[in-house]
Design a protein around this ligand. Structure first.
Ligand code: HPA
Length: 272
């Protein structure tokens, strides 16, 4: 895995003018933020040997490099999910590549179902913590000692000062930013109503099929993490209606402008 990480990182370095310091993973329907970068350089995943392909609708499947304020940013329009059949190591490979390229902070975004009954579709939530409810773990296997320890501490996976900063920025923008625990299911099916009741009982506020493996690997690599969920729907069983991907994409699309505004202010405020 280490060789794969290094060779992809080297290939990327040949195509960009400087090393990125900030990484951003853009979830379903949220990719447009990367189109606001100055002097963007697009690198499709399928142009890099050794990288999986992104197969999900609403995910473009490319890296976007560019400037926001003084920072050189590396964004992902589309990510890899465990439910696509990739190993957890493949799902998190881009985070390892980011670490190799010198990224110190990563912002992980996603579309998520609202478990907390106070949440409604269109809300944004800053992630305070997560529950890893999937058996497989990206840190299983030989430890990558060059990146982090065998037994990493995860008690502050989500960097508290960034959570506070995001709240302050939201306040300034007169936006409501919920805060809560992201509960990770593998998907690809949406959860059952009983699973959602369990997730709520166990302390989950939102559910989704991404982000947690990436947060774990970022944490292992010593990268500071900020997580932002777009609550695209009420989770299963809350409303008497079936869930579908179209609704997820439509809600993400509806709040796109406020998401982009919040993200931009956050990136400008993050000092790395
Ligand atoms: N469950 C899991 N993942 C999701 C959901 C959901 O309700 N909405 C968007 N991603």
């Amino acid at each position: 895995m280490e060789e794969r990480i290094t060779s992809i990182a080297q290939e990327i370095l040949m195509r960009i003018p400087e090393s990125p310091t900030l990484g951003i993973v853009l979830g379903s329907g949220l990719g447009d933020f990367a189109d606001t970068f100055e002097n963007p350089i697009y690198i499709p995943y399928d142009s890099l040997d050794g990288l999986p392909k992104s197969t999900v609708e609403g995910h473009k499947g490319q890296f976007v490099f560019g400037k926001i304020g003084g920072q050189y940013v590396m964004a992902m329009q589309g990510r890899f999910h465990y439910y696509e059949g990739y190993t957890m190591q493949e799902v998190t490979l881009p985070i390892r590549i980011m670490a190799k390229l010198g990224v110190l902070t990563v912002i992980l975004t996603n579309a998520a179902g609202g478990v907390n009954l106070d949440f409604k579709p269109g809300d944004l939530m800053v992630i305070s913590d997560h529950i890893h409810f999937v058996q497989s773990n990206p840190l299983i296997g030989p430890n990558l000692d060059a990146y982090g320890p065998r037994f990493p501490d995860t008690s502050s996976t989500y960097h508290k000062p960034y959570i506070l900063m995001a709240q302050k920025i939201a306040q300034k923008l007169e936006m409501t930013l919920k805060e809560g625990v992201y509960f990770y299911f593998s998907g690809p099916n949406y959860e059952t109503p009983a699973e959602i009741r369990m997730a709520r009982f166990l302390g989950g506020d939102a559910v989704g099929m991404s982000t947690v493996p990436e947060a774990m690997v970022a944490c292992h690599s010593g990268i500071k993490v900020l997580g932002i969920s777009c609550i695209t729907n009420c989770a299963a069983g809350i409303l008497n209606q079936p869930l579908n991907h179209k609704e997820v994409i439509e809600t993400a699309d509806r709040i796109k402008q406020s998401f982009i505004q919040l993200m931009r202010e956050i990136v400008l405020a993050i000092e790395v």
